[in-house]
Design a protein around this ligand. Structure first.
Ligand code: FAD
Length: 427
């Protein structure tokens, strides 16, 4: 990467008239709507790359930290005290070219993205959550129901435009600023600059079998761990367990008969009756909303998570299930497949040998979340998904980035020497 950064942040700070933000869409304390949308000291809604450049210049000149915001769904509050939030929601244009490459404004959310790509008969493997931001999701990886077949969202990223701390606007891909391009694929958001556009190699949108089943007994949790992460790539089924009920849900791009036969294999292993609803020919982009009833409501909750490279012992699974009462929940997400066919050092996303992700969630203040996490952690791989940040981690660098941390830390120093972009657990 060229040395962009021997420049003038200290000088900028010393200029007497700092960059004027009044021409921009600023929400400050006292503005109508401020209370409703945020607690941070200043929010600037960016509608163009030039707005982003100006916000960065202003932040650098005034010595205020800066946080880019897309969908606003980060699990922890990274808004800098007395800093600036650059809200990108106004930059949500989406265009698909003749080669199937989608250029998506960093402010677009997943619902808009899926719906627009659907009109072109295309899609990308991406997550759930209608209002989750495409940039935030991609920068940390991007796990979803097509991921076992096509990989992480960031694995389909072919280019991005980024405004760096020195206000330079850079295009990056495999050939240009390739170090930065590597880092954007999985290190997590808000680290290196403000991404203004992400470009993806889309895939034809498949029609899938929608899968849902639910049981109150049986060996479902242990059987799922043995089976789901090793199922054929086209089969992606997750498991949510809450107060004595286990719910299997997901999608399959395999033919219906093969899908059913695989699911019968699962129920036989679990020792439960085949009570699975398969709905045929659902466009991929429309599957996830049909599972919205399974999602926890908007009530605040606390969650921790970890990747697992091996099935947990029956004893550990049993201990986790024993105290699963009230709003406590275990969510198992199948990894494997295409997620693991990329080498750990090929992208910043370092977790390429995992079988599943386990999330423990409960009411805020419920000690069970930490207890359950510790119980499971004894058999976990010690790795944590950067998009599920956890302030209680002892060594977040290792947990989020594993062997990729030294390269990421060097790049951070180079890209953002004055730490304009900073938050607890940042590189
Ligand atoms: C309801 C819900 C469903 C979810 N489902 C999934 C799922 O299916 N799969 C999955 O993998 N994850 C999922 N997640 C987790 C999600 O990927 C992360 O919370 C993600 O970071 C959210 O991005 P955001 O843009 O919405 O949030 P934000 O809070 O806006 O951003 C998250 C982080 O990225 C940074 N960032 C955002 N935009 C930019 C940008 N343009 N340039 C640089 N940095 C940026 C922010 O500074 C922040 O650090 C879900 C989360 C929720 C709340």
């Amino acid at each position: 990467m060229r040395d962009l950064f021997k420049n003038d942040l200290p000088d900028l700070r010393s200029v007497s008239s700092v960059i004027d933000l009044t021409a921009l869409d600023v929400i400050s304390p006292g503005s109508p709507g401020y209370r409703a949308c945020a607690r941070s000291s200043l929010i600037v809604r960016c509608h163009s790359v030039s707005d982003v450049v100006q916000v960065i210049a202003h932040a650098a000149a005034t010595g205020r930290r800066l946080m880019p915001r897309g969908g606003g769904h980060c699990f922890v509050d990274r808004r800098p005290a007395d800093g600036i939030v650059a809200d990108l929601s106004g930059m949500d244009r989406i265009a698909v070219d003749d080669h199937g490459v989608a250029a998506i404004g960093a402010g677009a959310n997943l619902a808009t993205m899926y719906a627009t790509l659907h009109e072109h008969g295309r899609t990308i493997p991406a997550g759930c959550g209608d209002t989750v931001g495409i940039a935030g999701l991609t920068l940390g990886g991007g796990i979803g129901l097509l991921g076992r077949q096509y990989g992480l969202t960031c694995d389909r990223l072919v280019g991005a435009q980024v405004v760096l701390a020195d206000r330079s606007v850079v295009e990056c891909d495999e050939h240009r600023e390739s170090d930065l391009f590597w880092a954007l694929r999985g290190a997590g958001g808000g680290q290196f600059g403000i991404v203004t556009e992400v470009r993806f190699a889309t895939v034809p949108e498949p029609s899938v079998c929608r899968i849902e089943g639910s049981w109150t007994a049986g060996d479902v949790v242990q059987a799922w761990q043995d089976w789901a992460p090793g199922a054929p790539d086209g089969m992606s089924v997750n498991l949510t367990v809450q107060a004595g009920r286990a719910t299997l849900f997901g999608a399959s791009t395999l033919p219906p008969a093969e899908t059913e036969s695989l699911l019968r294999e699962f129920t036989a292993r679990a020792g439960v009756r085949y009570a699975i609803d398969i709905r045929l020919d659902v466009p991929y982009s429309m599957v996830k909303p049909t599972f919205s009833a399974l999602d926890p409501d908007d009530k605040p909750r606390r969650a921790r998570s970890e990747f697992f490279a091996r099935t947990m012992t029956e004893r550990t699974t049993g201990e986790l299930l024993q105290r699963l009462t009230g709003n406590r929940r275990l969510a198992f997400t199948a990894m494997g497949g295409a997620y693991n066919r990329v080498a750990e050092e090929d992208t910043a996303f370092a977790h390429r040998g995992e079988r599943f992700l386990l999330e423990e969630a409960g009411d805020p203040g419920d000690p069970w979340v930490d207890e359950a996490w510790s119980t499971a952690h004894a058999e976990g791989s010690g790795r944590v998904y950067p998009n599920f940040p956890d302030l209680a981690l002892q060594d977040p660098r290792l947990a989020y980035h594993a062997g990729n941390h030294p390269r990421l830390a060097a790049l951070k120093k180079n890209c953002d020497p004055h730490r304009l972009f900073d938050f607890p657990q940042a590189l």
